[in-house]
Design a protein around this ligand. Structure first.
Ligand code: C2E
Ligand code: MG
Ligand code: MG
Length: 823
């Protein structure tokens, strides 16, 4: 799955959570908004109802108290036979002062049709000459009241008496109705708010109270009132007085209405909250009822007024507060939701980004792993041949070994080395050498099965893991086939070459210790095949192991010998013939082995050369030779030049030979002319510039350089031209048959000529017989070394010879070859 498709698939699901959070957050905010606004409204509602309840009571009781002012007036009438105008006015004035809103009080006696004239006359006679019973016509003009059964003309009026005197209270219908109800019940009855004679607006209500004659029987026949006391109340001031005495909490509007009426007549009074700054418009009742409100009924005499209480914006009851709080909560909720959603979105984006990065990283890691695998594959191959390299061969060998261990498997390891491949490199050049290796690799692939593993370990060394074989004959057949195949002619860019191969074979067996052990075994067998003359194969066997063990033992002992001073030097004189003058000595190392007696170099030098111990031995020999020279000189002797054998490892060692020689000579204060170094042809095998420089620097120190055993090692004479040495040492093996004019004699002569031609000295080694000496003399060789004059002898034994300086033929018969080797 790609990173893009991964993210695309995951995104809708991830966004669901965010959407759900947004929806839930919004719903919770809305629910909180509704709950708070409802709750606030409910509280406002309760508060309003509580206020309404209280004030309905207050209004009821205070209005009752207000209208009840007519009772004391009636009582006055009840207790007096004839209440005079002055008495009435005085009494009722007092009442008006006490009661806010009471505008006027009046006394309207009942006048029957028959009594009208008399009554009118009586009033005229008592100070009101123009008196008559009157009323208003439809246009509002004063007219004489028409004939009817009874009249209730105002006789006394506490206030504005002139204006109202004689007005028939029962003439307008609303008053007539109230008078009728009062008369019928004997109790007070009120008009709705109406216009009065002095006020055209219907802002007053009139309460009528029947007054009965004192003597009239109370219970039998229905009583006819003798007149009506009336109180004219201004609605507004009356209510304002009540609500002024006990102020309403701020922020409450009160609306009074007549529940029995509709339209314009319905409205009685609008009492706005005192918190209202501007004069408030009387509201529509329906609108009030639509909002938060409380309603109730109050009694005004026998009338019922409806009252509506409603909050008026600011104040004690402010539902708008609730809305504001609810809106604030809603906004806060929505903001919180937005914040949460924002946070979720941000973290989601971060998560998605992280996932994208993780995916990218995973992709990159996979790519890296593929690349690493490619690199590992390449790293496991040998670049030149395309075969496995050493590391991968050893790894696969370990795997094969472990598998064989577990499942009783069979396989063999072959170490293969091309014989004298170096010659091809030296003579035809490295690129051609590389071509040969590539062809050899292809031939190996062609000759082996697909399951076999072929590797190039380095240089001309190959290794083969032969799978599924353990039969010695079968493996021998394969080895023979490989040798034969590799020995075929190589066509190298026009050059033909023949190269043989040596093989060492190790077969897996239950006793095999490890994969590494198999490699060592195959290597040992290869080493053995090489020493046996190359171009063949050798199976690893126990004898090879013991040879190795022997090498290890000797090496250990040799290290101890160096520490314990078990090594010693014998010196063999080099003699000038025929004078017999000792003109040189060769220092030859011996080992006083604690258990095996005196050992000759053949017993330990080759081992020391393979293990590297030879470097320490060589250093010791050089130092010991110097010490001995100094000892002889200290004894007053004049030692001739001492030749020291230098091994290949010493010559090419980490410390340059010239520096080693210079330091040692300086340390022992030995003149360089007293030292000669002997290098074998093997040491000089690679005629490199470094080698030639070393020799030059050694010679520059004043030290003589000789080539030991000339003609026995590497057959090329190239190095003679490259390395300018002082002399050649003709080996003992050429001496055997020189006296009888054999091939050896020819070689010796040729060597002597070569030396002479190249401006070098020559010395013959291994001279044992007078015949050999005679031949050498005849061939022009005047320097000899051999048993004929002296065997190598300890330094002390040499002392008389050095003192004499001349040596004659040795008295003792020559030692046989075998005796020489074992000491
Ligand atoms: P080399 O350097 O060629 O030494 C001469 C060898 O020939 C000596 O054997 C010597 O004893 C032997 N020899 C001398 N005259 C005669 C003779 O008339 N007849 C016969 N049959 N042999 C004669 P040695 O001492 O056993 O040494 C063998 C080889 O060991 C030396 O051959 C040299 O290559 C090596 N060697 C000896 N000492 C040292 C050393 O200190 N360092 C190194 N690197 N190699 C040494
Ligand atoms: Mg020598
Ligand atoms: Mg020699």
């Amino acid at each position: 799955m790609s990173s893009q498709s991964f993210s695309a698939d995951a995104r809708p699901r991830r966004y669901l959570v965010t959407v759900a959070a947004a929806v839930i957050g919004t719903l919770i905010s809305l629910a909180a908004f509704v709950a708070i606004s409802k709750w606030e409204q409910r509280i406002a509602d309760l508060k309003l109802h509580e206020i309404a309840g209280n004030y309905l009571q207050v209004l009821n009781s205070d209005l009752e108290r207000a209208t009840e002012v007519l009772y004391p007036l009636r009582a006055y009438f009840d207790n007096s036979d004839d209440v005079s105008r002055r008495e009435f006015q005085a009494f009722s004035k007092d009442l008006r002062k006490r009661l806010n809103g009471l505008r006027n009080t009046g006394w309207a006696p009942r006048v029957g049709r028959a009594q009208r004239q008399r009554f009118e006359q009586w009033v005229r006679d008592h100070g009101f000459p123009g008196f008559e019973i009157w009323q208003r016509d439809a246009d509002g003009h004063r007219v004489r009241a028409p004939q009817r059964d009874e009249y209730f003309p105002v006789l006394y009026a506490e206030n504005q008496s002139q204006q109202v005197l004689g007005f028939d209270m029962a003439s307008p219908p609303a008053r007539a109705a109230a008078i009728a109800r009062a008369g019928a019940t004997g109790e007070m009855a009120a008009t709705p708010p109406i216009a009065t004679l002095t006020k055209s607006e219907p802002g007053d209500f009139i309460v009528f109270m029947p007054v009965y004659r004192r003597e009239a029987p109370r219970s039998e026949t229905p009583r006819i009132p003798q007149g009506y006391l009336c109180g004219i109340f201004e609605t507004g001031p009356t209510i304002a007085g009540i609500l002024g005495a006990r102020p309403l909490p701020s922020g409450v509007d009160v609306y009074f209405f007549d529940p029995t009426e509709t339209g314009a007549k319905r409205s009685i009074l609008w009492h706005p909250s005192r918190t209202r700054t501007a004069p408030a418009q009387q509201p529509d009742e329906a609108a009030m009822r639509a909002g938060l409100h409380a309603s109730g009924i109050i009694r005004v005499a026998d009338q019922q007024w409806g009252v509506l209480f409603a909050p008026a914006g600011e104040g004690a009851i402010a539902p708008s507060n609730a809305i504001a709080i609810a809106i604030a909560v809603l906004i806060a909720g929505l903001l919180m939701t937005a914040a949460i959603v924002g946070y979720l979105l941000r973290s989601l984006q971060r998560t998605l980004r992280l996932e994208f990065l993780t995916e990218s990283l995973r992709g990159a890691t996979a790519e890296l792993q593929r690349e690493s695998a490619k690199v590992a594959r390449l790293a496991s191959l040998d670049a030149m041949t395309g075969l496995a390299n050493r590391v991968s061969f050893l790894a696969q060998l370990s795997t094969a070994f472990a598998a064989a261990r577990q499942h009783d498997g069979r396989f063999a390891v072959v170490c293969l080395d091309l014989d004298h491949f170096k010659d091809v490199n030296d003579t035809l050049g490295h690129p051609i050498g590389d071509r040969l290796l590539q062809i050899a690799a292809r031939r190996l692939i062609g000759m082996l099965k697909a399951g076999d593993l072929i590797a190039r370990l380095g240089g001309d060394e190959f290794a083969i893991l032969l799978a599924e074989v353990c039969d010695r004959d079968a493996i021998a057949a394969i080895a023979a086939r490989l040798i034969e195949g590799l020995a075929e002619r190589y066509d190298l860019d026009g050059n033909a070459a023949h190269v043989s191969a040596s093989l060492g074979i190790s077969i897996y067996g239950p006793a095999t210790a490890s994969a590494e052990a198999m490699m060592i075994e195959a290597d040992l067998a290869l080493y053995s095949a090489k020493s046996e003359g190359r171009n063949g194969y050798v199976f690893h066997c126990a004898a090879l192991d013991s040879a190795v063990r022997e090498r290890v033992r000797v090496n250990d002992e040799l290290q101890a010998a160096l520490r314990n001073g078990e090594l010693t030097l014998h010196y063999q004189p080099q003699v000038e013939v025929p004078s017999g003058r000792i003109n040189g000595l060769e220092a030859l190392v011996r080992w006083n082995h604690p258990s095996r007696g005196l050992l000759y170099p053949g017993a330990f030098i080759p081992v020391a050369e393979t293990t590297g111990a030879i470097v320490g031995v060589g250093r010791w020999v050089l130092e010991e030779a110097c010490r001995q020279i100094k000892r002889w000189q200290a004894e007053g002797l004049t030692p001739p030049r001492v030749a020291v054998n230098i091994s290949a490892a010493q010559f090419k060692g980490a410390v340059p030979l010239d520096r080693q020689l210079r330091d040692t000579l300086a340390q022992y204060d030995v003149a360089p002319e007293l030292i000669e170094i002997e290098l074998t042809e093997f040491a000089l095998l690679e005629s490199t510039k470094a080698n030639s420089d070393t020799i030059r620097r050694v010679r520059e120190l004043g030290i003589s350089v000789a080539i030991d055993d000339f003609g026995t090692g590497y057959s090329s004479l190239e190095y003679l031209r490259t390395y300018r040495v002082n002399r050649l040492k003709i080996p003992q093996q050429f001496m055997t048959e020189v006296a009888i004019e054999s091939g050896d004699a020819a070689i010796v002569r040729a060597a002597l000529v070569l030396a002479r031609e190249l401006g070098m000295d020559a010395i013959a080694e291994g001279v044992e017989t007078p015949e050999q000496l005679a031949f050498l003399l005849s061939a022009g060789c005047r320097n000899v070394q051999g048993y004929y004059f002296s065997r190598p002898i300890p330094a002390e034994a040499l002392r008389p010879l050095l003192a004499c300086g001349v040596i004659q033929r040795a008295p003792a018969p020559p030692v046989s070859k075998s005796a020489r080797l074992v000491g």
